[in-house]
Each structure stands twice: as structure tokens, then as C-alpha cells.
Design a protein around this ligand. Structure first.
Ligand code: GLY
Length: 348
């Protein structure tokens, strides 16, 4: 039998820039005109952000001679399904979007995940950019190329690693964000402090009131520092074969809690409880001092986030998590503030 080799050595450079600047949205037409990512742009957004920002953004792009259409879906985690993606793809097809076009994700984490996933499969992939409008999306989900939808068995079970072409972080969007959503994102910032940056943790501890009041200087600092950490981790391990797993601190329990509460509890709230449960495991194993666990708990509490759950997820509830490796689950356990370790724990 003859053998034919399909040589596919990869030489792709997927590097991109994260621009963090209040009001940077005004500079996006210049970027699009220069980068020529698409002939026209599908602005993917949810039902809340559509009226708040997306329709106005589309008018602004058109004023700058950029062809675009807004496509929206019902706000909320419940929309993160293959059905939503299919519906959006059909709407884009009806408006003649093709391989020469591109996607703009304008919204929070759910929007970024849906829009990124759609971009990664629409006509076998078109480029996309991220314009996050929530703290959570700004500090975490808009960067790193994780795109996904949920299945009834659990969160983010269908998805791709597809990096955006650019990320624009404009804190002006936060003025319409509810305090609940601010705290939702803050949970991820606390996570960065615990996993990698004691100084960031100390800063949040000392400035929690200003941060919750949306003090610009404090916000800029925690957003930029979180993104610096995220970028470093993603550069080292884009496809989560090792180091990137540490970003999942609090998420193993957190995702199970989200599912158990039928996604009524927001992601940041669920991972806050997840961090507490992971710390409990770490102290029981003698990995983390109880003083450090208490300090983390106090900060989570002071940030207005929950530290207890009505029902602790069982090992069985954790089973559908992607962090499972055969009969083992990779738990990210803190060993001190600013350091974590990955521990495989038998789940069956
Ligand atoms: N949100 C975790 C990650 O991007 O890896």
C-alpha cells in the first residue's frame, strides 16, 4: 500500500494585542479600516447590550463607512447553546455573510464565548475581535481564545481554542453594569491574585471599597494586572495542556455549583464558593495554612461574594467537568497567596 504524507507543519502566528483604554471604542473604526479583517462585520451581542451599546456602535461604524449588521440572542447563560449558534449562523447567512467577513463580539462572557465559537466554525472559520463590556469578560473570557457552548451535561463542553484578532478593553462600558455584575468579575480578579500575584491580592484587599465604587485608577490597575497574568499564562500554554489549568482555580466546584443552581448563580459567585471549597481541601491536605484560607475568605466576603453553598457538589457532580482526566480530576489548590499547585484527585 502506498503511503502519502500530509505535511502540516504549523507556522501560524496568532499573536494579538489587548488595548486597554477608556474610550478606545472610538478608535475601533481606524483599526478595522487598517486591518481589513472583514468586508463587513457581524456584531454579535445579547438582548441587553443590543439596546445599550450594539445598535449605537453599528451606527457609529456605518458613519465611518464600515458595513455591519447586529445579531442578538436572549441575555443569559441559558443561551449558550448550539441552538443559539445555529440560529445566529442562519441569520448571518440570510444577510449574505461569507468567508470574507468577520465577527465582532460585543458583550460579556456569554457573548464572547458564543461569538468566538461561531467565528471558529462559520464557513470553517472567519476572524473575530472581542469588545468586552463586563468586568468578567474584560479580565478573563475575552482573552485566551476559549470559545464554547454548554450542553445539558455541563458547561463549555463543546468549543474550540480560537484566538481573537484583537481585544479592546474600554472601561466606559462598566458605567451601566450592575453592582452584582461588577462583583461577578471581581471574583476572577481575586482568583488571579491567589494563583499568581500576592501584590495584586494585597492591592484588592486594601482597595476593595474604591474598586466596588468603580474608582477608575483602581479598576485600571486590577484589569491591566489580571490581563498581564492571563496573557503570560496563555502564551506559555495556549491549549491548556499544563500551566493554563491554574486559571481553573475554584472552577471545578464552581462549574458544578452553576449547574446545580440551574445557572441562576452567576459564574463569579459560583467560583467564589468554589475557591472556598478548594481551599478547604487544600488545608485538609496540609497544603495551605488556615490563616491564608481565612484571608482569602475574608476578601471574597468583603467583595460581597458568597462563601457558603446550600449544597456542596459531590464527586459525582464534578464528573462532567472538562478538568477530568480518566478517573481523576485535576484540582487547583492554593499553597499560599500567590501560588497554586495542580493535584490529581481520584473521583471514582
Ligand atoms: N477562563 C480560563 C481560561 O481562559 O483558561
Amino acid at each position: 500500500m502506498p503511503k502519502i504524507k500530509v505535511k502540516l507543519e504549523s507556522k501560524i502566528d496568532s499573536s494579538y494585542e489587548i488595548s486597554i483604554e477608556k474610550g478606545i471604542t472610538a478608535k475601533i473604526p481606524a483599526y478595522l479600516n487598517k486591518s481589513k479583517l472583514g468586508k463587513k462585520y457581524a456584531i454579535i451581542t445579547d438582548s441587553k447590550v443590543k439596546g445599550l451599546y450594539a445598535d449605537a456602535f453599528a451606527r457609529f461604524l456605518r458613519k465611518n463607512d464600515i458595513d455591519c449588521e447586529v445579531f442578538s440572542f436572549q441575555h443569559g447563560e441559558k443561551s449558550k447553546t448550539l441552538e443559539t449558534v445555529e440560529k445566529l449562523a442562519e441569520e448571518m447567512l440570510n444577510k449574505n455573510f461569507d468567508r470574507n467577513d468577520a465577527i465582532i463580539a460585543l458583550g460579556g462572557g456569554v457573548t464572547g464565548d458564543i461569538a468566538g465559537f461561531l467565528a471558529s466554525i462559520y464557513m470553517r472559520a472567519i476572524p473575530y475581535i472581542q469588545i468586552p463590556t463586563t468586568v468578567l469578560a474584560m479580565v478573563d473570557s475575552s482573552v485566551g481564545g476559549k470559545t464554547a457552548v454548554d450542553l445539558k451535561q455541563g458547561k463549555n463542553l463543546i468549543g474550540t481554542f480560537t484566538q481573537p484578532k484583537a481585544v479592546f478593553v474600554d472601561i466606559s462600558y462598566l458605567k451601566t453594569l450592575s453592582p452584582k455584575q461588577i462583583k461577578n468579575g471581581l471574583a476572577e480578579v481575586i482568583k488571579y491574585g491567589v494563583i499568581k500575584d500576592k501584590e495584586l491580592f494585597n492591592f484588592i484587599e486594601q482597595n476593595i471599597e474604591q474598586i466596588l465604587k468603580l474608582d477608575e485608577k483602581a479598576l485600571n490597575k486590577i484589569i491591566a494586572q489580571s490581563l498581564k497574568i492571563k496573557a503570560e499564562i496563555v502564551e506559555e500554554d495556549e491549549k491548556e495542556k499544563g500551566q493554563r489549568m491554574i486559571l481553573n482555580y475554584g472552577h471545578t466546584y464552581g462549574h458544578a455549583i452553576e449547574k446545580l443552581t440551574n445557572y441562576k448563580l452567576l459564574h463569579g459567585y459560583a467560583i467564589s464558593i468554589g475557591m472556598i471549597l478548594a481551599n478547604k481541601m487544600a488545608t485538609e491536605k496540609g497544603l495551605l495554612k488556615s490563616e491564608d484560607a481565612e484571608r482569602i475568605k475574608k476578601l471574597i466576603k468583603n467583595a460581597g461574594l458568597p462563601v457558603v453553598t446550600m449544597k456542596k457538589p459531590s464527586m459525582n457532580d464534578l464528573n462532567s467537568d472538562k478538568k477530568r482526566d480518566g478517573d481523576y480530576i485535576n484540582f487547583i489548590l492554593a499553597t499560599e497567596i500567590g501560588k497554586v499547585t495542580i493535584k490529581q484527585i481520584k473521583c471514582k
